[in-house]
Design a binder for this molecule. Sequence first.
Ligand SMILES: Cc1cc2nc3c(=O)[nH]c(=O)nc-3n(C[C@H](O)[C@H](O)[C@H](O)COP(=O)(O)OP(=O)(O)OC[C@H]3O[C@@H](n4cnc5c(N)ncnc54)[C@H](O)[C@@H]3O)c2cc1C
Length: 412
Amino acid sequence: MHSPDTDSILIVGAGHCGGRTAQALRAFGWTGGIDLVGDEESPPYERPALSKDALTGAKALAELDLMAPDALQALALRRHTARVTAVDAAARTAQLSNGSTLHYSALLFANGGSPRALAIPGADLPQVLTLRTKADALRLAPWLQAGKRLVVIGGGFIGLEVASSARKLGCSVSLVEGAPQLMGRAVPALLAERAQALHRSRGVDLHIGVSPLAIAPVAAGVQVALSDGSTLQADAVVVGIGIVPGTAVAQAAGVAVARGILVDRQLRTNVPHIYAAGDVAEFPSHVSGTLLRQETWQNAESQAQVVAHNLMGGQVDFAASSWFWSDQYDHQLQVCGEPAAGVQTTVREQEDGDVLVFYTDAHDKIVGASGWGLTARIAKDLKIARTLVERGVSASPSVLADPATKLKSLLK
Ligand SMILES: Cc1cc2nc3c(=O)[nH]c(=O)nc-3n(C[C@H](O)[C@H](O)[C@H](O)COP(=O)(O)OP(=O)(O)OC[C@H]3O[C@@H](n4cnc5c(N)ncnc54)[C@H](O)[C@@H]3O)c2cc1C
């Protein structure tokens, strides 16, 4: 039995991973105290719908919450709506922005990241917005109405999902992406090209390989100047150019950071009693040992389970296979496993026009897969592809490429 006063786990960040960790701690029998410190007003929630159903109004923001109010209450957390501003690792205390000091027996950084700022003139205009939180979605809502003109800067998942939601709502949308392909290197060019064609067919004015240089107020909104000399007129601009992981407080406490807060396989930092999980954590892949930082729903979910065990004194390795999805219009993209660990890439063009890409190692073991297609059609295949990766099934490229091979048959 732990005493809530002397044995207390402090969770920095009351988002997806922080909330799930608190839930898991209680599920695993932690009877000590849990201090959940978060700087958002909302109880912990899942973010994916923010750029999808919650943005189109198909889902209310309250529906995103990780648990119902009574379930949250039952966890008997000490919730603090504040920022953790400093951690003293020797004294095992944390300073909060509201002036209080909390003592901990173990501490978890689950504080995610904040949207990367666009470093061009005019990026601070009130019509220039980002999307990370419920508050951001509320700020964005008035601009997402039929007839409004939106410029999206960034052709990553969030930018493309915002474009898709805005088109559904009847906005006119221009999207600017500086790189030569959409969705960066996490997605094969073939899939990115399909997404590009879909967005064009749905009326998005795409500017690829072009950078924004400045945003200026004009009589009817704002004007975005682009590197190819053209300009775009808009009522609002949404910037989706990635996040900056929140490493500063950890680093000041002596925690090693690189592209995120560095942790080992058990999600422990180099500082005793301090852990990190979720978007902010940089961890060694169980497949290749490569250091990874994942900004995905599934990573937040699965690391929460492992870190909860370890915060309670367990020694569980994080070895979940990674996976993420993106919904754009009636299409879905998924990437699972570790495509970069593959030595061979095999494309499987399905008869219905959907496409899957498999990544195999030198022994034909499937180490990663990705796919793009009509959600209603491809979701089942993507689920099987994910299971193939999770089980480490081996199959030759010719078998994988053949649309006549039933993917399910490879599971046997
Ligand atoms: C619009 C959007 C759409 C997405 N769609 C998908 C999707 O389709 N598929 C997918 O796989 N993933 C998606 N994601 C990613 C997924 O939501 C994240 O990976 C997940 O939220 C990460 O959880 P986290 O707990 O690590 O971070 P977060 O959920 O961001 O939680 C971190 C919390 O910590 C708080 N915080 C930060 N610093 C401090 C501090 N010093 N003190 C106290 N609190 C602090 C933050 O305000 C935040 O509330 C999406 C994300 C966004 C923003």
